[in-house]
Design a protein. Sequence first.
Length: 164
Amino acid sequence: MKNKQYSLQTREKAKCMYLNGESFRAIAMEIGCAESTIRYWCQKGNWAEYRAQIYSASSAVVAEKTVDLISEERLAQIKAYQDLWHKGMEALQNTPVNSAREAGELIDKGIKGERSILPEYVSLRFLEEVANVVKSEVTDPEVLHRIANRFKLMSEKNQRLLSE
């Protein structure tokens, strides 16, 4: 029995489908060949290794972009909070307080205002959860090390901002 020949274009389509996470069965049905043919192409072409490299690289990029976005958002929130805090302090200095009750009401308003702003901050617990997700999804130790260093730098930067 003569083996059926498949074009390079057909093999590339199968490879793309595999790299996008399709199963051997789904690829075989789409291409119109046996699963064993797809498995053979995969093994011969080292598709699994290539897919692992792609996933690792994309996970690292996603993690890096996530850290960048969180950092930018956090800095914007801190700046907005600091601006509001300074405006509030200026207003308090110019507000006559005639009784302990009035002073208590002003403090209460300040605390309520702070609580309405602070929930927008990215908490340390959230960052720990993000780090745990990245750790569970990224298997390359070198990539994990780079991501951990980025989280550490981000944390140190935010601590400096909060202490200003």
